[in-house]
Design a protein around this ligand. Sequence first.
Ligand SMILES: Cc1cc2nc3c(=O)[nH]c(=O)nc-3n(C[C@H](O)[C@H](O)[C@H](O)COP(=O)(O)OP(=O)(O)OC[C@H]3O[C@@H](n4cnc5c(N)ncnc54)[C@H](O)[C@@H]3O)c2cc1C
Length: 408
Amino acid sequence: MEQYTLQMQIPVRGQYDVIVAGGGVAGAAAALSAARCGKKVLLTEKSTMLGGLATMGLINYFEPLCNGRGKKIISGMAEEFLLESVKYGWNTIPPQWKDGQSKETTARYITHYSPYIFALQLTEMLHNAGVTLLFDCNAMIPVMEGKHCAGVITDSKSGLELYPAKMVVDTTGDADLLRRSGMPTVTGQNYFTYIGRQVTLEGCRKALETGEARQAVSSICGGGASLYGNGQPEDVPLFTGTTAESVSEYLIRNQKVMLDKLKKQDRLAREVTTLPAMPQFRTTCRIDGDYTLREEDKYTHFPDSVAAICDFDRRNFLYEVPYRTLTRAGYDNLITAGRSAAAVGYAWDILRVIPPAIITGQAAGEAVCQAIDTGKAIWDIDISHLQNTLETRGVMIHFDNNDIVKED
Ligand SMILES: Cc1cc2nc3c(=O)[nH]c(=O)nc-3n(C[C@H](O)[C@H](O)[C@H](O)COP(=O)(O)OP(=O)(O)OC[C@H]3O[C@@H](n4cnc5c(N)ncnc54)[C@H](O)[C@@H]3O)c2cc1C
């Protein structure tokens, strides 16, 4: 490909302890954790709201925090966010879990929530915690000095600017900064899924009957492929989601399919209210981390675990998340969290959903604070100290062997 060399002077802005790139749930958790530790934190979000897929991506469903046998596995900031998400809007936490306490129940600790209300709450939470929020601001280029990231060049209405920082957390979901830093990364493949929201007359009648406004809203699909690829049309490619062409082809194809469906419907009986404001890609790009979590790691204790997590589908399966899934040795101040943590195959699916994404965000936020305070490289911090800190915040680091169930 022909290359063009760009040489320009850009302003250097602020000096932050921590830059968090990407304000999905993982980034929000990382920024909040670091701010609560007293660090000066900048969060740049390329869209106009926080929450990422979990809000503007219209994925408004917390996968379970429990193992399906009445035992809460994921807590800490994941539970804090879950409880926050249901405060003012949609709340479908099963009655058995209304008080967040474990019970002998097969009901899982899950909920739907109102995505946009939750997005507003995230802004309030982070702003109140003192995080500097830059919306409509793309974290574009990590300025690398060898394997050290001196800061991040952003692109916004202010133009290109350099924000220096001690630590950088890449929670773009697509490992944008990690990729551009030269750190090894792995690209995924995504099915044809595109789910928007509509209000229908039938839904409105139901809403009036039940007295619940949310009943008026239902889903409307372009592509409707499932997590496992069921419904993937044969003539549609899989999408990496890591190039402008891939993202655009995904959007054009999906929007055409949705429009074709709408053309056949009674125009007076429905109105489309929301299209997903970001591509609904599950697995675009992740860190090739110091450890890659695999499906067969279920029931494995890791000495550097930062959280126990459960499987949303197979209710008994338990995993631990090694800290090494967030780091790459040698890169002293770059860390990731959320859906770009290192996992492969089905383990990637388990690790990337909303509760684990939040909990790895929290771990990354605590880790950067510890690295700054101790002057250590991010991959070389004292893990037991990090684990102790996370435990004091309510995170379960290791699952209990008594909860291992051999048959599912
Ligand atoms: C179709 C689908 C269905 C799903 N269903 C469920 C479900 O039912 N339950 C569940 O728990 N999980 C589900 N998930 C998974 C879950 O929604 C996501 O994995 C999780 O929300 C990821 O959070 P994140 O913060 O890691 O990343 P993201 O949500 O992707 O957030 C990344 C954020 O970074 C921003 N960003 C990106 N690049 C840049 C940049 N360069 N500079 C600045 N900002 C940037 C984005 O705008 C976004 O806000 C589903 C996902 C998909 C796609």
